[in-house]
Design a protein around this ligand. Structure first.
Ligand code: ASP
Length: 350
């Protein structure tokens, strides 16, 4: 994604400067005969869609528009590096950041950025919309305006998602609705803020501000695979992943409190082979709420014996991004297995 700085709006009202990074997604899409597609010129769109004078009341912000705007279904971990680099390059010049992103993989990117930017001292708020800003009836305008106001007026040293009145920790978020405006939730962690008539920020939940390193890693897009257990599954898809030498991390999504079908000996042997081959295998639950207790049942306890690491209450998105992040850090597999079980930036509850 190449970039160019598009615009600068000034207002005397608010002193803080915000950088908006537009990556694509429904918020800036247009309806075409092929379906919705991202379109360039987000700054003009905002000026055109907001009521006359409204832009002047917003915090001062610049827009950087990625030259290759994407439907976030096409996102790869390489894009995380590019977004992270944009944030790092401009970190000292702005007081807060708003990343406009498609909703489909927003929770993956928010999770990845939370690991990349650990210890930040400024807000990074991802938002987007279910209906494009261009359309008469939309959720884009509120999401954009509120994300800008949050980034400008509140000390939030975290990567967050703002969507439909909810400010959520990025690495606790999941997309839970394909069509509703309430598209995101954080089922295992309270909302950081509820936005209604008032903005009710839960200060006590926020991460501690530190000094971020802003060293943005490169990701190997093929290094992490995901496999979900299902009734009657065979070991074959897992064998293919374990035999794929580019795979160095495997996310296993098991039933309930972390239970695999352990009567399936071929599956368990394959998972054992993955551990022996130095693949970090992380067990998370398929349930949207709750955590893995690997050993509550004998089925789950089997995983303890073959080196599979319990992922507590991490979302799939956080588990996937954390695995990628740790693999990008030139750590040995034991250090990775250890770090997977510890919270790095509020992504899991011990
Ligand atoms: N497919 C779109 C995207 O993720 C959906 C959205 O933005 O709501 O880019």
């Amino acid at each position: 994604m190449n970039t160019r700085i598009d615009h600068d709006w000034h207002t005397e009202r608010m002193k803080r400067r915000i950088l908006v990074i537009y990556t694509g997604g429904t918020i800036g899409m247009q309806s075409t005969d092929k379906g919705y597609l991202p379109m360039a010129g987000f700054h003009d769109l905002v000026a055109q869609q907001l009521k006359t004078g409204a832009v002047d009341k917003l915090p001062k912000f610049d827009v950087i528009e990625c030259s290759q705007l994407i439907d976030s279904a096409n996102l790869t971990p390489t894009d995380w590096t590019q977004i992270g680099q944009l944030l790092a390059i401009h970190w000292q010049d702005y007081d807060g950041f708003v990343v406009l992103h498609g909703t489909d993989t927003m929770a993956y990117t928010a999770s990845a950025l939370s690991f990349i930017l650990q210890g930040i001292d400024k807000p990074v708020i991802l938002t987007g919309s279910q209906i494009p800003l261009l359309e008469l009836r939309n959720d884009a305008q509120d999401n954009l305006i509120t994300a800008l106001l949050l980034a400008a007026n509140y000390d939030i040293p975290e990567v967050c998602i703002y969507f439909n009145g909810r400010l959520l920790r990025g690495n606790r978020s999941s997309k839970i609705q394909s069509a509703g405006f309430d598209a995101f939730d954080s089922p295992n962690f309270p909302w950081l803020a509820r936005v209604g008539i008032h903005i009710d920020l839960q200060q006590s939940l926020l991460l501690e501000r530190k000094v971020p390193s802003l060293l943005i890693p490169e990701f190997d897009a093929e290094a992490v695979a995901i496999v979900q257990t299902y009734p009657g599954m065979t070991a074959r898809p897992v064998e293919a992943m374990v035999d794929d030498t580019s795979v160095r991390g495997l996310i296993l999504q098991t039933y309930g409190s972390g239970n695999p079908p352990d009567a399936n000996k071929a599956l368990i042997q394959t998972l054992q082979r993955a551990s022996d081959r130095g693949i970090a295998v992380l067990n998370i639950t398929q349930c949207s709420q709750g955590k893995v207790s690997q050993g509550a049942y004998a089925t789950g306890a089997t995983l303890n014996r073959i080196g599979v690491v319990p992922g507590a209450d991490m979302t799939l998105e956080a588990a996937f991004a954390k695995m990628h992040y740790l693999l990008s850090q030139s750590l040995g597999v034991d250090a990775i297995r250890d770090a997977l079980q510890r919270p790095l930036c509020g992504e899991l509850t011990r």
